[in-house]
Ligand binder design. Structure first.
Ligand code: FE
Length: 207
């Protein structure tokens, strides 16, 4: 079995002008594909080749194979966190949870902006849900992923320079603001939250 590059959920130019076609060309066709190809090369003929990507991210020790697996997972997730008509505010059960944990969606967006802006060097900003159902915002370095700490990711924001440099050069915060205001796909975040709630209920029943 080998790991595959899932299709982009939209056309390469669909996120313009907030993220241009050239950015998606390099980010998806070169960087994301490169992580998948390197993961396949690193796991060929090994038991890891028959595990799921998520299992690899949860269990592999730090090192090159973890980095390729986590970057493959992170990018697959990141593309789904954006939509050509994204932005706005969350609704439904997710919105209630956000208001309970952060006070408002605006406060959550500010925390995401700070986490993404202040991550030093390459990394990711995340909205996650803990086992007790509460939400948490933080950033991770390089390829690191909240699954390693047993948290469930709801939203990922790539702050490696390759994610924004062609469009925004050094101005990372402008990219973050465009992501939050125009690209963020709240429906995907809400679907992940709903799945985490169902997963928690099943877990409680078994316990
Ligand atoms: Fe990236």
């Amino acid at each position: 079995m080998s790991f595959t590059l899932p299709p982009l959920p939209y056309a390469h130019d669909a996120l313009a002008p907030h993220l241009g076609e050239r950015t998606l060309h390099f980010h998806y066709d070169k960087h994301h594909r490169g992580y998948v190809d390197k993961l396949n090369a690193a796991t060929r003929g090994k038991p890891e080749a028959n595990r799921s990507l998520e299992e690899l991210v949860r269990t592999l020790p730090p090192g090159p194979t973890f980095n390729f697996a986590a970057q493959a997972w992170n990018h697959q997730f990141y593309w789904q966190c954006m939509h050509p008509r994204g932005g706005g505010d969350p609704s439904g059960a997710l919105a209630k949870r956000i208001t309970r944990d952060f006070g408002s969606a605006q406060v959550l967006k500010q925390k995401l902006c700070e986490a993404a802006r202040d991550e030093f060097g390459s990394g990711w900003a995340w909205l996650t849900v803990r086992d007790d159902g509460t939400l948490a915002v933080f950033s991770t370095n390089d390829a690191e992923n909240p699954l390693q700490a047993g948290l469930t990711p709801l939203l990922a924001l790539d702050v490696w320079e390759h994610a924004y440099y062609l469009d925004y050069q050094h101005e990372r915060e402008k990219y973050i603001t465009a992501f939050l205001d125009h690209l963020l796909c709240w429906q995907f975040v809400a679907d992940n939250y709903a799945a985490s709630v169902i997963g928690e209920q099943q877990h409680s029943k078994r316990a």
